[in-house]
Design a protein around this ligand. Structure first.
Ligand code: PRP
Length: 201
């Protein structure tokens, strides 16, 4: 049977492509198509925006998905995590202008981020008041232009921060990439899904 899977646009895609290719499941999205089949017809793959991936899996449109714990946290859906990959690991960090530091003198921390739920929960748990500005991308601009003093964002190589004269003040959490499955889809297709997991392990 063919399994359905959502994959996120962006830098994870090349890692997934390489892994699947090693396991005899080549695929590519030609001419800006957003649906592809792999060369062994194991998977029908949908290319979606990172932050939309849990929505597709939650609705069962894609039974499987590959995405980071950052994105999973922002959506409180119920998935099974079938495996964790050894690629795509990043850190969720609070950062700001180089030379400044985290001012915890009691006033609210003003933070721009894509990850509003994570940021709110992280600081509320610690009793630290925060004012959050939701952005959808280019978050690094916020401290540069004076929208907020801080950002909470993913840092992989650190080159985006460096290029914008920013630096990490504190690492908040390690982020890992998971294979997730819609629980009902797993119950119906566990044999094929387990075989697939064995294949890519
Ligand atoms: C992420 C993140 C940073 C950048 C950090 O964005 O939001 O902007 O990568 O990576 P670095 O430390 O290697 O420079 P991404 O490129 O995934 O795009 P997005 O903003 O569309 O999510």
């Amino acid at each position: 049977m063919t399994l359905t899977m959502a994959l996120p646009k962006g830098r994870l895609l090349d890692n997934v492509k390489n892994l699947f290719s090693l396991k005899g499941m080549d695929f590519s999205f030609v001419n800006r198509k957003l649906v592809a089949h792999d060369s062994s017809n194991t998977l029908k793959i949908f290319l979606v925006k990172n932050s939309d991936l849990p929505t597709y899996v939650n609705h069962g449109i894609a039974g499987l998905g590959i995405c980071g714990s950052d994105v999973l946290y922002e959506n409180s859906y119920d998935f099974f995590k079938l495996m964790t990959f050894d690629f795509g690991g990043t850190s969720m960090c609070i950062a700001g202008k180089k030379g400044e530091k985290l001012d915890m003198s009691g006033k609210k921390l003003t933070i721009a981020t894509k990850f509003t739920k994570f940021t709110r929960d992280y600081y509320h748990k610690r009793g630290i008041p925060v004012e959050i500005v939701k952005l959808n991308g280019s978050v690094e601009l916020a401290p540069v232009l004076g929208l907020t003093r801080y950002i909470v964002d993913l840092v992989e190589t650190g080159s985006t921060l460096k290029a914008n004269n920013l630096e990490v003040f504190e690492k908040l959490e390690d982020i890992k990439v998971h294979l997730i499955v819609n629980p009902s889809y797993y119950k119906l297709n566990y044999k094929a899904i387990n075989a697939f997991v064995e294949r890519i392990k």
